[in-house]
Design a protein around this ligand. Structure first.
Ligand code: AMP
Length: 212
């Protein structure tokens, strides 16, 4: 099962990917997480990537495609995977077509008006990557992950200025992929503007055929 999660930054792709992967028993491949890991390594490439991320810009397509090729050739990807944050441009989608056949693309729909509030209150666990929201999904103990107790941090790119840029780029470069996958006949959609429970129920409904 190969699944693409489409949708705006802060729409809940990561949260839904983490929930679905336990049902499908396939890994989540988050290009954002892979790029942040490279940035944290302090390598020259990582420093360059951090500059793109901090400006809310997308990394270079060639590099992203190479990272994806390497990642999906690892043994845990043999039965499929959930792409979270890839593809994000038309060249990436066209390159993916030459690499593998995807079963379904889920469009997670959230209006822009929701996004800024959600991203500026998002917190992430530094160890296990669990995602919280200070308003809608707060941790039980402030600043600590419910699952592993590690420290929660705010991503450098989750500030209002960068978020506005990420949204602009999403509409210009990523949103056209919705029609691309609709035309291929593999698009399903879920309105994720509600509570986590409501959104999760709608995602499960959209993916009903695959989650059985
Ligand atoms: P995310 O964690 O998915 O919100 O991604 C964080 C940042 O990583 C984005 O704002 C981009 O700078 C970069 N990034 C993640 N995925 C991609 C991608 N598929 N193509 C280009 N840049 C990406």
């Amino acid at each position: 099962m190969k699944l693409i999660l489409l949708g705006p930054p802060g729409g809940g792709k990561g949260t839904q990917a983490k929930r679905i992967l336990t049902k499908l028993r396939i890994p989540q491949i988050s290009t954002g997480d892979l790029l942040r890991a490279e940035a944290a390594s302090g390598s020259a490439l990582g420093k360059k990537l951090k500059e793109y991320m901090d400006m809310g810009k997308l990394g270079p397509d060639d590099l992203i495609i190479q990272i994806i090729k390497n990642r999906i050739s690892e043994p845990d990807c043999a039965k499929g995977y959930i792409f979270d944050g890839f593809p994000r441009t038309m060249p990436q989608a066209l390159a993916l077509d030459t690499i593998t056949k995807v079963d379904v693309a889920l469009n997670i729909m959230v209006p822009d008006s929701e996004i800024i509030g959600r991203l500026t209150t998002r917190r992430t666990c530094k160890d296990c990557g669990a995602i919280y929201n200070l308003k809608s999904i707060p941790p039980k103990v402030a600043g600590k992950c419910d699952k592993c107790g590690a420290h929660l941090f705010q991503r450098d790119d989750d500030n209002e200025k960068t978020v506005m840029n990420r949204l602009k780029i999403y509409h210009e470069q990523t949103a056209p992929l919705i029609e691309f996958y609709r035309k291929k006949g593999i698009l399903v959609e879920a309105d994720c503007s509600g509570t986590l429970e409501q959104n999760s129920a709608l995602v499960d409904k959209a993916l009903e055929k695959w989650l059985k």
